[in-house]
Design a protein around this ligand. Sequence first.
Ligand SMILES: NC(=O)c1ccc[n+]([C@@H]2O[C@H](COP(=O)([O-])OP(=O)(O)OC[C@H]3O[C@@H](n4cnc5c(N)ncnc54)[C@H](O)[C@@H]3O)[C@@H](O)[C@H]2O)c1
Ligand SMILES: O=C(O)C(=O)C[C@@H](O)[C@H](O)[C@H](O)COP(=O)(O)O
Ligand SMILES: [Zn+2]
Length: 358
Amino acid sequence: MSAQVNVALGERSYTIDIAPGLIRADLARYLPQSEILLVSDSNVGPLYLDAIQAQLGHARVLRYQFEAGEASKRLDVVEAIWSLLMAERFSRKCVLVAVGGGVVGDMTGFAAACYQRGAGFVQIPTTLLAQVDSSVGGKTAVNHPQGKNMIGAFYQPLSVLVDTETLDSLPARQWSAGMAEVIKYGALGSLDFLGWLEHNMAALMARDAVAVAEAIRVSCQMKADIVADDERETGRRALLNLGHTFGHAIEAHEQYRGLLHGEAVAVGMVMATRLSVALGWDAPDNLDRLVALLRAGELPVEPPPGMTPADFMHHMGLDKKVDAGQLRLVLPKPTGSAVISADFDPQALARTLADSCR
Ligand SMILES: NC(=O)c1ccc[n+]([C@@H]2O[C@H](COP(=O)([O-])OP(=O)(O)OC[C@H]3O[C@@H](n4cnc5c(N)ncnc54)[C@H](O)[C@@H]3O)[C@@H](O)[C@H]2O)c1
Ligand SMILES: O=C(O)C(=O)C[C@@H](O)[C@H](O)[C@H](O)COP(=O)(O)O
Ligand SMILES: [Zn+2]
């Protein structure tokens, strides 16, 4: 149940080590011998930081913890990290270690990218979502009240250490949220992986260790391949945004206190696929398959009550894929393929929004 995936980015290449019990094993061999700041949140810190710090006797270790949740993904929280580093006279050679979910990872990475123009950064992801997606690929960011992940940088970690045992303490709702990004890889990837997910969703929801390790390995491998090909999203990487234009609109509309990221992406993937079907670009069967998988993953498939088509259009206008004022969407084509396109009928989008917001 151990695996290693390489992210091939020249001098910025790194490995993703996936194994149970990794953080209780010989962690020191994965981390540089230097000043280390462990960054975590109020749920994860108390669970895992002592075990991690116990293995880092060689280094000067500090800790920073913030209140758990998407609403903490703000610039002032990152500023507090920078203030601590300066107060403690940490040098550019220090390493910031993110121990937590995607919120911790994205913020720690952004803090590391900017501290003295680039400190070290290591990811120890502890949610399913972070282990299959956010810890890989170097997108770091904070949210802005107007838009999701609007302030950030591409900044790759030195390594990603996936301890699958940390998932044992993950609450059920967060498990499902992570499953949404796994299903995204199913929708984007080969028919084999989609079929495998359909066959194994019950085992995945029962947290069968073998099935979970395989889902993590395949998702990381798919993401590593795409990132190696298009690190800064000039093309194909935008496919990883399937469902995110709609999903991020939901998160911003709810001021990051409503649906979880994975839940919003689940709804967004349904809306994107609905639009594809309306355009005649995808088969209705594929929408049915997607909805069935998301339901089996105990995920929402409809936008939150009260959110209107105008709300969607308002937030979607600030999506990072907008080009010269034109909205570009990731739209599924027959399973296993998708396109990034501005070339869709706006009336079809309006109808999809109206149908979805009933
Ligand atoms: N950088 C990327 O490529 C990328 C990809 C996908 C998502 N994201 C971002 O990731 C964020 C979502 O990540 P997330 O779903 O991990 O959210 P999160 O970081 O908020 O974690 C979810 C919740 O689970 C708790 N938690 C984490 N690990 C736990 C554990 N092992 N046991 C018990 N509780 C635990 C956290 O304290 C938190 O309350 C969003 O901000 C999203 O934008 C980034
Ligand atoms: O790594 C990517 O590229 C992704 O798009 C992965 C997404 O799951 C993730 O939510 C990402 O943070 C979204 O990026 P954004 O550029 O749309 O903010
Ligand atoms: Zn995402």
